[in-house]
Design a protein around this ligand. Structure first.
Ligand SMILES: Nc1nc2c(ncn2[C@@H]2O[C@H](COP(=O)(O)OP(=O)(O)OP(=O)(O)O)[C@@H](O)[C@H]2O)c(=O)[nH]1
Ligand SMILES: [Mg+2]
Length: 324
């Protein structure tokens, strides 16, 4: 139904900031067809010099924490100030629940309609494994398209937040009120990774409880994160409904990013991320290529049978797969 686009079409379209070209480039990066994967890699290589300029912010929190609603409000405010905002959603659970994609669309309606912004729900189907690669590539494409801020929304319940931390400059963790009990519901690992926390829905009857939760979180973080050189992460409260705390939240994020830029922390973190990404991709390719090699596959099957028959010890047999 679409005219096939060439590498030039993708590169020029993205660099022009054309949202349709961007959307199609992301779709290309999401493809699992070998030809598409190769083309996507070429496109990304050509766009590489144009990446790196956005602030990359991960937003995590349990389902219903208010991530999408907050991003709709914050994103719309930033867009009104002339910032170009993109939101990418990572949601491996959407394949199970089936509802989140629609949910994200409806809860970021205002931002999605804003022509200065770009909202991309997570791709449906497929296993969680490819999510990190696709999201990372989508993020780079958004940067090349000229976005100043790229948010990555992820549900903080699985491994997705670890994948997101490996591609963003800062992680914002959203927390629901309720304190005591809820604090146990937040994964400790997630609290340790947070650069900033915000207790959401601090409005109406909930405002006071949200402040209490924030206080409890501060005490918890003081212990958990005391070893960090930058000290414990700040904890704020906000409401996407009445707008309170939203500007302060952005100021805290932007301030932290500016500080990380001037201290060199930001550059160092990105370099580490790139190297980790390179290493993981090489490992993935080694695996894929071995599986695609019929000799390797046959040798492995033969040796596996020998292990089953107890003729060979597993470790020795494994080495022989590689001819050792
Ligand atoms: N009172 C109040 N309700 C809110 C606020 N923000 C979000 N909500 C409500 O909380 C519910 C969940 O909000 P979402 O923004 O979809 O939460 P989410 O974290 O993106 O959820 P998932 O994407 O499903 O993980 C919705 O019913 C919102 O209307 C807020 O600031 N105040
Ligand atoms: Mg959401």
């Amino acid at each position: 139904m679409h005219r096939r686009m060439s590498r030039r079409d993708y590169v020029d379209g993205v660099l022009r900031g054309d949202r349709r070209a961007l959307a199609r480039a992301i779709t290309l990066a999401e493809s699992t067809l070998p030809g598409d994967i190769a083309l996507a890699a070429d496109v990304l290589q050509e766009l590489q010099p144009h990446t790196g300029r956005a602030v990359r912010i991960g937003v995590s929190g349990v389902p219903g924490a208010g991530k999408s609603t907050l991003l709709d409000e914050l994103g719309t405010r930033l867009a009104a100030r002339g910032q170009r905002v993109a939101v990418l959603a990572v949601d491996p659970s959407s394949t199970v629940s089936g509802g989140s994609i629609l949910g994200d669309k409806t809860r970021m309606e205002r931002l999605a309609r804003d022509e200065r912004a770009y909202v991309r729900p997570s791709p449906s189907g497929d296993a969680a494994g490819g999510v990190a690669r696709r999201t990372r590539e989508a993020l780079l494409l958004c940067e090349a398209a000229g976005f100043d801020v790229v948010f990555v929304e992820t549900v903080g319940v699985g491994q997705s937040e670890t994948a997101v931390v490996a591609m963003v400059d800062l992680l914002l963790v959203l927390v629901l009120t309720g304190a005591g009990d809820d604090l146990q519901g937040i994964k400790r690992g997630l609290l340790e990774l947070a650069d900033l926390l915000a207790v959401t829905k601090a409005d109406g009857d909930n405002a006071e409880r949200a402040r209490r939760t924030a206080g409890e979180l501060r005490s918890a973080l003081h212990i958990l994160q005391s070893v960090r050189s930058e000290g414990p992460a700040p904890v704020l409260t906000c409401s996407a409904r009445d707008g309170s705390g939203i500007d302060a939240l952005w100021d805290a994020l932007a301030g932290r990013h500016a500080a990380d830029r001037s201290s060199g922390r930001s550059t160092a973190r990105r370099r580490e991320q790139d190297l980790a990404w390179f290493d993981a991709t090489v490992d993935e390719l080694i695996r894929a290529r071995a599986h695609a090699d019929p000799d390797f596959v046959a040798r492995r099957a033969r040796l596996r049978a020998e292990v089953a028959a107890t003729h060979l010890a597993p470790a020795a047999a494994a080495r022989r797969v590689f001819g050792d």
